[in-house]
Design a protein around this ligand. Structure first.
Ligand code: HEM
Length: 148
């Protein structure tokens, strides 16, 4: 159909549905507000620096490109692989779920379409799970005795 909107995930449909860069800044602000205040998120909050300004900027920039908009993270910081930048952290199921809970609440506060909220949370659950797996693999390697 000619007048149908582009499905999320094609071209910049998701970036537009997120309200462009300003929409992402608002979303990320809310996300980190929840990380700052939810008891479930205190462990992952402590992994972050005291001041969250740079963490906010990096996540908003990353999401811009990831959702099909301008690649603002790479423009400023260069290439990024999400599981790898979290390699030094201990992310188990509880930490993964806490991150996603903050995002779910931030999305609930937004005026995005219900379908987009579900879509975005579902998409973010994938890299979040990859980060958990990377931690699990790292721990497994650390506990494997080395051959002498
Ligand atoms: C699974 C749970 C997650 C935890 C506990 C977590 C935690 C963190 C922490 C502690 C940092 C460092 C912040 C700083 O030093 O400023 C970070 C950086 C970052 N995270 Fe996550 N994160 C998670 C999931 C995700 C996901 C799913 C994404 C994107 C889809 C993401 C994107 C980023 C980006 C872009 C950075 C900045 C990397 C850099 O330039 O240093 N994170 N994360």
């Amino acid at each position: 159909m000619q007048n149908r909107k582009k499905p999320y995930g094609t071209l910049d449909a998701s970036y537009q549905a997120a309200g462009g860069y300003n929409g992402l800044i608002t979303l990320v602000d809310r996300f980190y507000d929840y990380m700052d205040s939810l008891p479930e998120a205190s462990v992952i909050r402590e992994m972050h620096p005291e001041t969250l300004d740079e963490s906010k900027e990096k996540l908003a920039r990353f999401l811009s490109g990831w959702l099909g908009g301008p690649k603002r993270y790479q423009e400023k910081y260069g290439p990024i692989r999400i599981p790898m930048v979290h390699l030094h952290l201990d992310v188990g199921a509880a930490e993964r779920d806490a991150w996603l809970l903050c995002m779910e609440k931030a999305l609930d506060d937004s005026s995005y379409d219900a379908g987009f909220k579900t879509y975005l949370l579902d998409q973010l659950a994938r890299p979040a799970e990859r980060i958990r797996e990377v931690t699990e693999n790292r721990r497994a390697n650390e506990s494997t005795p080395k051959d002498s």
